[in-house]
Design a protein around this ligand. Structure first.
Ligand code: IMP
Ligand code: MG
Length: 180
């Protein structure tokens, strides 16, 4: 897999420190609240499982699976929910745990959908990676781990064509692999 990478952007150590910092911040901010971590399958699974172990206050977790119509490398903003949440959001302070915020269209859709139908106490966003150069939808993260440049990254849960999710670090994929 390593030969498909142009370079390594963030090491395991850098990711670990960032996740720890986010966990501490969230534990402080959500003390006394009714925290529910909601993760979007599959990219955010690795981040979710590490982040929840850095959170020191009581919390619950749930998962949602969505797919977005359109080409593979860019999301269209039209999102189909393939697996909905198990937990009724009423009374919860929901923190969406995402792998990367790019155009923002997927999360904009999901948040609008949850806010209109489900009556949570609050909804905020925690994304490990933020790619501000890609932003189209009006949305910003309440918590973000690290900035990424305008490039396609893989590893630590993030995929290209369902591959590379098991890399423990973050690499920049060679453009010739995805035809960029
Ligand atoms: P968007 O914010 O709606 O454009 O889409 C965000 C989703 O697109 C993320 O949850 C990822 O699944 C995927 N994505 C965006 N940028 C990258 C990247 O650089 N590498 C891997 N997946 C990405
Ligand atoms: Mg994703």
């Amino acid at each position: 897999m390593k030969e498909d990478l142009e370079s390594i952007l963030y090491s395991e150590e850098q990711i670990r420190e960032t996740v720890k910092r986010l966990g501490e911040q969230i534990s402080r901010d959500y003390a006394g609240k009714n925290l529910l971590l909601v993760s979007i399958l599959k990219g955010a699974v690795v981040f979710m499982t590490d982040l929840m172990r850095e959170i020191t206050i009581p919390c619950r977790i749930d998962f949602m699976a969505v797919s977005s119509y359109g080409s593979e490398a860019k999301s269209s903003g039209i999102v189909k929910i393939n697996k909905d949440l198990d937990i009724n959001l009423q009374g919860y302070d929901v923190l969406i745990v995402e792998d990367i915020l790019d155009s923002g269209r997927t999360l904009r859709y999901i948040i609008d959908h949850l806010l209109t139908g489900r009556k949570p106490n609050s909804i905020r966003i925690c994304t490990l990676f933020d790619k501000p150069s890609g932003r189209i939808a009006p949305i910003q993260a309440d918590y973000y781990g690290m900035l990424v440049p305008d490039a396609f990254i893989v590893g630590y849960g993030l995929d290209y064509d369902e591959k590379y999710r098991n890399l423990p670090y973050i690499g920049i994929l060679k453009p010739e692999i995805y035809g960029g």
